[in-house]
Design a protein around this ligand. Structure first.
Ligand SMILES: [Zn+2]
Length: 116
């Protein structure tokens, strides 16, 4: 079943094609530790957004590899965009904003982003 999700106010929503993940990644880098992301990565073409382009703001820092996207109205960050190690465009889905996913059932993989 595809994964659907949204920000809190509903201005930003998405459908991610493919099966719902049973794992997620947490990261200890400067932004992930503040945001509390539970991340799932997928090819960017699997992500279908339904929101106005001006509903979101993008925050970037350091090497500007990742577009940290969040809703201008409620501040939630349902997804981001970036480039994988192989150069492919990737979507980073914040499973905390996903519908119908049991977050406590996810197998969590910890990523040491702080050491990069
Ligand atoms: Zn919102």
């Amino acid at each position: 079943m595809p994964v659907t999700g949204s920000c809190h106010c509903g201005a930003v929503s998405y459908t991610l094609k493919g099966d719902a993940p049973d794992t997620a990644m947490t990261c200890n880098c400067s932004i992930c530790r503040r945001k509390g992301y539970l991340l799932h990565f997928a090819p960017l073409e699997a992500l279908e957004l339904s929101c106005d382009a001006d509903a979101v703001t993008v925050y970037q820092f350091n090497k500007h590899n990742i577009e940290h996207t969040f809703c201008k109205t409620c501040g939630c960050a349902p997804y981001g965009k970036g480039t994988g190690p192989d150069g492919k465009k990737m979507a980073a889905i914040n499973l905390r904003c996903a519908d119908d996913i049991d977050l406590d059932a996810l197998a969590i993989h910890k990523f040491d982003g702080a050491s990069l």
